[in-house]
Design a protein around this ligand. Structure first.
Ligand code: HAM
Length: 409
């Protein structure tokens, strides 16, 4: 039985096949994500993987709605597997924001599902580090989130030679759009064309822009001029004060595909241009109001960073450690008369927090020793009879081959 296309199996290393993923590398990535979030004083939250379909049809935009894994459940409810975390977060905030002092700094590591065309860096399931700051409308909040994004990538050993955060603003684009007297209902379709400029054939984009009353020349000039809006200036200044200015630059190619973004938007890319976006995010100041039916009105922004592109990038740059089984001790049971006492010793060590293994069934000594080496044990332990009629524990350091004897019972 094969797994579904676009889904992954995660195995312990060494990996049995090039087509499977490392459960240990995934754990390593999650740990770094959590650790960076902690340094920025973010708290963890989570939500359900299945949500009412309406949560996404409301404001996520046509592209992501077209990629939903949705169905009608046995109670006749239209539901969808979550394709992103932001609507769930907005729903949770709308329900209980009163219990928390603002601003909120929250993070989550959800598994998300999108029925996308499978390609490099894009699967039908991925894990995404989400960090969001709710309740502060200022560029200081934008900069705090972008600094967290930069430091998350730095935590993996990536440098300013490896990646850049491209900053843009839907406010700046909104000014450009309205300056041309275009119709309000064309604003989102216009943003969708801008979002795909770098991925689509220039003629195709030009035709779409013309249909909305824009020439690709004037759009190209606006992007090339790259004049930072006041909010983007403030964000850059804030990042420079932290010594992180070299990790970000204004780039109006970015506008983001999701329909709920309102102000500053950004995407992180590898500088060699070998991979798709590593992360993306921005401000969504109206989403919580929309999802709460107007009851709660809080500004918010955040980003999502997927594990797929990140792992590909870290592997390509040689920044993933080698993962191996690593135990502190392997208890050899060469004489079955000592099995009960050996179990007692193993339990005692495990209670103290050590990683310990032992043979479940009787086995030849050399086989047991081979197993200890395969498991990368630092020490072997062996019970032997003592002169007093009890036993002693022989502890061998497998790196130095030094052996010490301790009194047993
Ligand atoms: P997004 O740009 O759709 O934003 O996704 C963010 C990141 O998730 C991407 O840059 C990419 O690394 C990863 N990603 C997305 N789709 C896939 C896929 N099919 N396969 C592998 N990786 C993928 C959002 O989802 C927003 N909700 C982020 C956000 C949080 N905005 C504000 N707060």
């Amino acid at each position: 039985m094969e797994r579904l296309p676009g889904f992954r199996d995660f195995y312990p290393e060494p990996l049995p096949h090039s087509d499977v993923w490392s459960a240990e590398a995934r754990h390593f990535v999650f740990e770094r994500w959590r650790e960076t979030a902690r340094r920025y004083a973010f708290r963890q939250y989570d939500g359900p993987p299945l949500e009412p379909l309406e949560l996404y049809t409301l404001k996520s935009g046509a592209e992501i709605v077209g990629q939903l894994y949705n169905f009608t459940d046995k109670g006749a409810r239209p539901v969808a597997l979550r394709p992103e975390m932001t609507p769930t977060l907005a729903r949770m905030i709308a329900a209980h924001e009163r219990n928390y002092k603002k601003p909120l700094k929250w993070f989550a590591i959800p598994q998300l599902f999108r029925y996308e065309r499978q390609q490099k860096g894009r699967l039908r399931e991925h894990f995404q580090f989400n960090a969001d700051l709710i309740g502060d409308p200022s560029p200081a909040a934008d900069a705090e989130i972008i600094a967290l994004l930069i430091d998350t990538l730095r935590a993996f050993g990536l440098t300013k030679e490896d990646f850049v955060v491209r900053l843009s603003s839907r406010n700046a684009w909104g000014g450009f759009f309205r300056g041309h007297g275009a119709k309000a209902e064309d604003e989102e379709p216009f943003y969708q064309v801008i979002d795909k400029l770098e991925r689509e054939a220039p003629e195709a984009s030009a035709a779409k822009l013309a249909a909305l009353g824009f020439s690709s020349d004037e759009v190209g000039q606006f992007i090339a001029a790259g004049k930072p809006s006041a909010e983007l200036e403030a964000v850059m200044e804030n990042l420079r004060a932290r010594g992180l200015g070299d990790f970000a630059r204004v780039d109006y190619h970015v506008i983001r595909g999701l329909a709920y973004y309102t102000g500053v938007v950004f995407e992180a890319f590898d500088l060699k241009g070998d991979f798709r976006a590593i992360a993306g995010g921005g401000r969504y100041d109206n989403l919580i109001k929309l999802i709460s039916g107007g009851k709660v009105d809080l500004p918010a922004l955040g980003f999502g960073m997927g594990d797929v592109v990140l792992l590909e990038l870290l592997r390509a740059r040689g920044l993933l450690p080698k993962f191996d089984s690593q135990i502190e001790a392997y208890c050899l049971i060469e004489d079955e008369a000592y099995r009960q006492a050996s179990l007692e010793l193993v339990q005692d060590l495990r209670d103290q927090g050590f990683a310990v293994d032992y043979p479940l069934a009787p086995a030849k000594s050399d086989k047991q020793f081979k197993r200890a080496v395969e498991l990368n044990a630092a020490f072997t332990l062996r019970l032997e009879p003592s002169e007093q009629g009890g036993f002693m524990v022989k502890v061998k350091n497998l790196r130095t081959h030094e052996e010490k004897t301790f009194d047993g019972a």
